[in-house]
Ligand binder design. Sequence first.
Ligand SMILES: NC(=O)c1ccc[n+]([C@@H]2O[C@H](COP(=O)([O-])OP(=O)(O)OC[C@H]3O[C@@H](n4cnc5c(N)ncnc54)[C@H](OP(=O)(O)O)[C@@H]3O)[C@@H](O)[C@H]2O)c1
Ligand SMILES: *[C@@H]1O[C@H](CO)[C@@H](O)[C@H](O)[C@H]1NC(C)=O
Length: 298
Amino acid sequence: MGRLKKILIPSLGLVLAFWFYSARDTFKPEMLRGKRVIVTGASTGIGEQMAYHLARMGSHVLLTARTEARLQNVVRRCLELGAASARFVSGTMEDTAFAQHVVREAQAVLGGLDMLILNHVGASYFGFFDGDVEHVRKLLEINFLSYVAMTTSALPMLKESEGSIVVVSSMAGKVGFPFTVPYSATKFALDGFFSSLRQEFAIQSINVSITLCILGFIDTERAVRAAAEVLAERPAPRDECALEILKGAALRRRELYYRYSSTRLPLLLRDCAAELLDYLVRSRYRLPATPGAPRPQH
Ligand SMILES: NC(=O)c1ccc[n+]([C@@H]2O[C@H](COP(=O)([O-])OP(=O)(O)OC[C@H]3O[C@@H](n4cnc5c(N)ncnc54)[C@H](OP(=O)(O)O)[C@@H]3O)[C@@H](O)[C@H]2O)c1
Ligand SMILES: *[C@@H]1O[C@H](CO)[C@@H](O)[C@H](O)[C@H]1NC(C)=O
């Protein structure tokens, strides 16, 4: 008992001290002023909103996605909002050579990189797993391999700037989700790759932060179109989501949960009551007798 006290009380003190300390480092928009940032999947949705927030904070943004016309509009708006500079490179992340090309562009036009925000996702379907292995392969290339390729190419610049990597994932990348089997698989892959890489950075004293973002249901057009009818849940606003991601990134957090109540709290069950968590996930869906034909989704 005496020994327990000797260990317990100091560790409790440490936990409290740590909590106090970490609660004190707060986000300031100046943290991102003048920073050189790549945002992928920036033509719509959360990526577009991150670009606007970065622009307001005075960052240099390099945006990418496939649709050039949309990127032109986003770049124009970023300049209106006060971006230090705003540019885009259009192309598809199915091709790892393109992913590397975007990073080289940052080197060429910005002379370095402070933050790499990996956010894009390829189109998938919403419905029971249909057995299409080629689709899984293609989605892994877009949602996972291009993230690996960009990180690899950007690492020399990020080491130099003591920069940050931000990986946008999902609840579906922490716990099994029905009707998005291929998507969920690609998000789990990101957790494995980036959590392992973070360990190696720690061992090698590489001061590049990795922030894995675990998002719940967000009100982007694509997500709402795909899931609003079946998900018995109100989506959270994408502009607030985008800002929370940037705050977590600037504070070099290990993981970021948004919204906290629908992501972090349920995940506490994962290690002690996995079946209850599975049940809670299933209970979020309003299911017809037989879920309809697969519809396009993320
Ligand atoms: N919305 C949600 O409920 C939700 C929930 C959890 C996690 N997330 C995550 O949040 C991130 C953003 O999601 P979102 O809802 O904002 O998605 P979104 O609105 O569909 O945006 C996806 C972006 O990726 C780009 N993209 C798609 N296919 C591409 C390809 N082959 N090559 C290059 N770029 C491509 C799209 O632009 P183009 O079509 O012009 O290429 C677009 O800019 C994703 O990582 C997603 O998994 C979202
Ligand atoms: C890591 O980099 C950040 C940002 O430059 C800096 O604030 C922090 O002190 C660095 N940490 C170490 C251990 O060098």
